[in-house]
Design a protein around this ligand. Structure first.
Ligand SMILES: NC(=O)C1=CN([C@@H]2O[C@H](COP(=O)(O)OP(=O)(O)OC[C@H]3O[C@@H](n4cnc5c(N)ncnc54)[C@H](O)[C@@H]3O)[C@@H](O)[C@H]2O)[C@H](O)CC1
Ligand SMILES: [K+]
Length: 478
């Protein structure tokens, strides 16, 4: 099952892997033609009703494959208004091949004749709201005809993420849907066939430019609130919390605060005037600080726990007490990780261990990334939290889905890059679901590292990543 939003991401990832959308459209069209052959005998009359975008494009390809049938293509609109290059190229191929075709520019012109089979390719996953004209009139004509109706990807008018129609929708006998089942289709009273259109498995498993789309859309739905992130750490180390907090800002957070021992607060502030630093008494985190921290954390969007915290017993006790009482979203990193398996918490946690830290948490790992993916998924399911296990291939899992990130380079083994990743994950967790936040953070952090390595090779340092994180988070075409 795949949502149309995730489908768009996978599609872009496929393109980055060398399988462009036009190639997928050819496979989709071929699958539509196969479904037609299943539903009608050679010689039967077929009315292809094509919209002006890619759903229509699929059917324009199918028309080319249906030489044994009496096909008429009805394009809903003027050819010059076809909205994608690949759909237009397929229309032009029909024109050049002198295919039987009509253009339907308004509702009065909708006349499908009396076909044996109708191919509904008006709208697919790009539908928004109720059908407009001439689609609405065409949908009524399709529903009134006695023909068998084959819908391409989804029946036009039906939202593929919910199965709901905002009003009128095509009543299909069969749907040929691409790549994977879509959430709403099971509730419709029609037969659903899933066609493999050759999207590589890697497009779904590995992070890619498509994963950044989640940021555009989900971040907008949290409009005006790009995150108030609190980093709790510092004590034995001061650079780590400062790096994590600056990284949260570079990853788009509106505010980054650091809660650290007052003995190191000036030093942490000294790294950047952009940080809001709040000291607590003493020189390391202890249980006595927890009530105050919980109050302070309650007004923040995400807490990043652990950078530079150290592993003193009283600090780890404090992490236990904090997590047991906290019910918000937290990224847990570094020494704080080891207490996670023993804590019962209502909080949503994203844990960011490297493989040594994973073992210390009780998790297993393996040199083979595929085996490691299974182990990480199982351990995330046991914990009930999201894991981002760092390595040459980072493995992200919420216990159900797995994403693997291949960006990054050996230069990133330098100190501090993990703090940058934790901070970025914190900022993204303010606007995205945990799995997406971790996957996008790993992808962007690795891209930032790759850009830094272009310049500094093995001499890159963590602050180089901070500067490049905004570019790492931006799509190539922006
Ligand atoms: N990997 C894939 O997912 C592939 C999918 N294919 C096919 O492409 C469509 C999705 O194509 P897209 O161009 O994004 O959207 P639509 O064809 O659904 O058209 C959207 C277009 O239509 C207009 N519109 C939106 N809502 C309405 C409305 N209520 N009434 C009238 N018009 C409307 C608006 O202009 C939109 O921009 C997918 O379903 C597959 O069939 C690829 O071919 C293969 C890979
Ligand atoms: K359709």
């Amino acid at each position: 099952m795949i949502t149309s939003r995730r489908m768009a991401a996978v599609d872009l990832n496929a393109e980055a892997l060398g399988v462009p959308r036009k190639q997928l459209m050819e496979s989709s069209g071929n699958a539509v033609a196969r479904a037609c052959r299943d539903l009608a005998d050679p010689g039967a009359s077929v009315a292809v009703v094509a919209g002006r975008s890619n759903n229509g494009g699929d059917a324009l390809v199918a028309a080319r494959f249906l030489k044994a049938y009496d096909v008429t293509v009805h394009l809903l609109g003027r050819p010059e208004t076809i909205s994608t290059d690949i759909a237009r190229e397929n229309w032009d191929a029909l024109v050049a091949g002198e295919a039987d075709r009509r253009t339907v520019t308004d509702s009065v012109a909708v006349d499908l004749g009396d076909p044996d089979l109708v191919v509904d390719a008006m709208l697919g996953t790009g539908v928004t709201g109720a059908l407009r004209e001439p689609e609405a009139t065409a949908a009524r004509a399709i529903n009134e005809s006695s023909a068998t109706v084959l819908a391409v990807d989804v029946p036009s008018g039906v939202d593929a993420d919910t199965g709901d129609a905002a009003g009128l929708a095509v009543d299909a006998d069969r749907v040929v849907t691409f790549h994977d089942d879509k959430p709403g289709l099971g509730d419709l009273d029609c037969e659903v066939v899933v066609a493999d259109i050759g999207i590589p498995e890697a497009a779904e498993l590995f992070t890619g430019p498509g994963d950044l789309l989640a940021l555009d859309r989900d971040a907008q739905s949290h409009k005006g609130d790009h995150g108030d992130v609190l980093v709790v750490g510092g004590g034995p180390y001061t650079g780590a919390p400062a790096l994590a907090a600056q990284s949260a800002l570079r990853a788009g957070a509106d505010l980054a605060r650091v809660a650290c021992p007052e003995g190191v607060a000036r030093e942490v502030q000294g790294y950047s005037e952009n940080l809001i630093v709040r000291g607590f008494s003493g020189d390391r985190l202890a249980p006595e600080h927890v009530p105050d921290l919980l109050d302070f954390a309650a007004d923040r969007d995400v807490v990043v726990f652990g950078p530079g915290l150290g592993d003193a017993d009283e600090s780890l006790d404090a992490v236990r007490e904090f997590l047991a009482a906290y019910d918000g979203t937290a990224v847990v990193d570094a020494d704080a990780l080891q207490v996670v398996p023993e804590v019962e918490t209502e909080a949503t946690l994203i844990c960011t261990p490297h493989q040594g830290e994973l073992r210390k948490m009780g998790g297993e790992t393996d040199a083979d990334w595929e085996t490691r993916s299974d182990l990480v998924r199982e351990f995330a399911a046991d914990l009930g939290h999201t894991l981002l296990v760092k390595g040459a291939y980072d493995v992200v899992s919420d216990g159900d889905a797995v994403r693997v990130n291949r960006t990054g380079n050996p230069g990133m083994t330098v100190g501090g890059t993990g703090d940058v990743l934790a901070g970025a994950t914190g900022a993204l967790a303010a606007v995205l679901p945990p799995l997406d936040a971790a996957a996008v953070a790993a992808y962007a952090n690795g891209r930032a590292g790759d850009l830094a390595a272009d310049e500094f090779g093995g001499g890159l340092v963590a602050t180089d990543l901070l500067e490049r994180l905004p570019v790492g988070l931006r799509g190539d075409d922006e």
